[in-house]
Design a protein around this ligand. Sequence first.
Ligand code: PHE
Length: 507
Amino acid sequence: MDSQQEKIRQEILSKLSKTETLNSEDLSKEFNVDHQIIVGIIKSLEIKEIISISKLEKKEISLLENGKNCIEKGSPNIQILKEIKSGPKTKKELNDFFGKEIFSHGFSMAMKSKEITYDKKTDLITLNIPEIPKNDEFQEKLLQMQKENDPEKYDQKLLKDYQKNHKFITIQTLKTFQISKGKNFNDANTKFETDLTTELLIDGKWEKSKFSKYNYNALGKETNNGALHRLLCVREQIRSIFLEQGFEEMPTNNWVESSFWNFDTLFQPQQHPSRDMHDTFFLSKPARSHCQKIYPDYFERVKDVHEKGGYGSIGWQYKWSYDEAEKNILRTHTTAVSSRMLFLMAEEFKKTGKFTPKKYFSIDRVFRNESLDNTHLAEFHQIEGFICDYNLGLGHLLGTIESYFKKLGLDKLRFKPAYNPYTEPSCEIFALHPNTKKWVEIGNSGVFRPEMLEPMGLPSNISVIAWGFSLERPAMIHYHLNNIRELFGHEVNIKHTQDASIYYFNE
Ligand code: PHE
C-alpha cells in the first residue's frame, strides 16, 4: 500500500470510530480517488475482519451525448426554432447544421407541438409561432437530473421517454459497499500474521497473534510452469495428424545406425556420394556394428541384390563390401527406421504366413555433415512415414501427401519427379511460402523398389508408399522465421518457449 492509500486507510478507520456506517462511493468522492482504490483498501481491511462490508447496488442517471448537447444549447426543438427564426430552411440544411440525431429529435418534437410546419413540395420548414418560448422545460429537467441523479426521484414515464425515445440519458447500476465496524475493529493497527510459521509455534507467540483470514478469492502468484519448445509444439500437432489417421509411431530412439540399415538395405550402392565423409558423420568408437552376425541371411540377400540383382533387376554390378556395410554412422535419414520396420513385418509374415497392412510414421532427429547456413543445420528433424498394403501406387502417394499438408495449412503444392536409389517413381514436394511467395522444398517421397522389399521377404504383390518431410521448414513458415537458428539451437529465444501454447496450424 502506498502512503496515500495508507492515509486513506487511517482516515476511513478514524471516521468509522465516530459513525456506524460509511459508503464506499461517498469515500471515493470525499478523497477524490477512483472508487476501485477505495474498494481495494476496504477489502484488505475486511480480510482481517477490521471492518465488515455489504454490497449495495445503486441506480443513477447519467447523461448521454444528446443530453449534454441539450444542456449546453437548449432542447432540440428550441434549437431548430432559433435557427429558422430568420427564415424557412430545408430539411437537408438543418440536418447538415445540427447533425442527424439532434435534428430528427428536434423536428419531431417541434412538429408534435405544432411550433413548425413542413411543406413537402418545397422541402421547407417554417416557424409557426410568433415568439420562441422563453422557458425550455425539457432542458431544465435535464439540468435537474444532472444535479439529482437518483432515478427514484422522477416520474418513471418521463425517465423512459428521456431514456428510450430520445436517448438523452441512461440509467447505470453502480456497485458500492456499505462499511461498518468488524470484530477486530479495535485491533486495526496490530500486526496481522498471514502464516502460522515454525517460529511462531516455537516461541509460543501464536497464542497472542492475530491471523488474517484466508482469502480464497486471491488470484495467487503466477507459476513458472513447463512449456513446449516451438519445434515440439509443431511436432505434437503433426503427431496428432498421423495418429488421428490410424498411423502407428515407429521407435526412433537410435541416432547411431549402421550403414547397413541406413544405406545398404535401401539398395543404396556403396559408392553413392551421400556415403562420403563429406555428407555423413562416421563414428570412430565403436566404428563397427555387428549386423552380419545378427542378420546373417538377410545380410547375404542384401549383398546379392547389390551385386547381381534379382526380382527383375540386374543390381548395381559391383563388389559389395561387408566392411563398408558395418560402419557405424549418425543416421542421415529416418528411412533407416522404416527399413527396420519393414524387415520386422517381413519376419512376421514369414513366421505366420499372414501379411498385415500397416501405416507407420515417426518424427525424430537426423544428421548430415552439411555446411551450415540460414536454412541448413547439421542436425534436423524428419517426419517419416510409409503405408504398406496391396496395390498401392503413385496416386495413393500424392493423395496422402496432399491431405497431410492440407491439414498443416499448406494447400499450394508442387510435385517434381526426382531420384532416390530406393524408390521408383520418386518425387520431391514443394510448397508455396505464403510470405516470400517462393516455392520451398518440404519433402521427398516415392514407392519403395522391389530390390529393397523383396530381399526382406515381403510378399511380391504388396507395395509401399513412403515419404520424408521436413519438420523445420513448415515451422519456420509458421513462425515467420528466416534463420533456422532462431528455431533450433542455442540462439533460440527462451521467451518464445515460455510463451508458446500448444500450437495448431489451422487456428
Ligand atoms: N529419405 C529421404 C530423404 O532423406 C526421404 C524419403 C523417404 C524419400 C521415403 C522417399 C521415401 O530425403
